[in-house]
Ligand binder design. Structure first.
Ligand SMILES: [Zn+2]
Ligand SMILES: [Zn+2]
Length: 277
């Protein structure tokens, strides 16, 4: 019987914005007991702030590196070739074992990009310059983009409520407000539960922004009612955080009523029970 701790498939390396080389990340995963490790480098983004932090348009080097590590670990740990596909990347992901669909940035009428997860300063600028100071207009626009990504049926919908990254430390908007919740739930309802997994993502916890994983409990509960399945990920950018706060993510899933999660393996998806934490 597999366990959620054996799977980590939302991961970054120095080939995009991670701190560990692909070799270091794979070695750390293996040492942590992971059996199914997926690389999910950031797809090329036209946002200037992403230059040097995302994969180039030609992913040959990335693919070759992941595939050579797959050979190196054959028989010990399965390595999957994935990608985190940004909503602004042109085209569609092709030739990957799986893809994570994520919205990271919004644009203004002049073509400027504002990454919602870059910093509180950029987040505030986005609300002020693009949405005239109306934070709920911003969250509406963000979730509209999430719904459009969901319609593309990614294998995993990435950090659905990324706009709450700074909510614990800054007061940009009220995540309990009816308008905010409606936008989030409208996006959630755009996801096909038969096609897409929702991730419980601890990435903002390892970076000190949040004490709980994405997404909020009301989203998880609604997803369970939709018959949706969840996958636990660390969105790791460092060899030390391959399974960061998985216990907290498992507890969040159980609190929302889930008793199982899904993992990715080289032979497809597998359901596994969520341990009592
Ligand atoms: Zn992301
Ligand atoms: Zn990521």
């Amino acid at each position: 019987m597999s366990s959620p701790y054996e799977c980590s498939v939302h991961t970054h390396s120095t080939l995009c914005d991670g701190k560990g080389t692909p070799e270091e990340m794979a070695a750390a995963a293996y040492a942590a007991g992971v059996k199914y490790y997926g690389f999910s480098g950031h797809s090329f983004s036209p946002n200037p702030i992403d230059f040097g932090y995302n994969l180039p348009p030609d992913t040959t080097e990335y693919r070759n590196k992941v595939l050579s590590l797959r050979e190196e670990y054959a028989g010990r740990m399965e390595i999957l070739l994935g990608i985190e596909w940004d909503s602004w990347t042109a085209g569609a992901p092709e030739g990957y074992d799986y893809w994570i669909g994520s919205v990271h940035a919004l644009r203004d009428a002049g073509g400027g990009y504002y990454a919602v997860d870059a910093s509180p300063e950029v987040f505030g600028e986005c609300i002020g310059r693009v949405f005239g100071g109306d934070a709920y207009a911003m969250t509406d626009a963000y979730y509209k983009a999430v719904a459009e990504m969901a319609a593309r049926k990614p294998d995993i919908l990435g950090h659905i409520d990324l706009v709450t990254k700074y909510s614990e430390k800054h007061d940009f908007f009220d995540a309990d407000a009816p308008r905010y919740r409606k936008a989030a739930l409208d996006a959630l309802h755009a996801i096909d539960p038969a096609a897409t997994l929702l991730e419980i993502n601890t990435g903002a916890m390892s970076r000190g922004w949040r004490t709980t994983p994405y997404p909020a409990r009301f989203i998880l509960e609604a997803w369970r009612e939709m018959g949706g399945r969840v996958i636990i990920t660390a969105d790791t950018h460092h060899p030390d955080t391959i399974l960061y706060a998985y216990d907290t993510a498992i507890a969040a899933a159980r609190a929302a009523g889930f008793r199982a999660c899904t993992i990715l393996t080289a032979h497809g998806q597998e359901e596994c029970p969520l341990p009592c934490i």
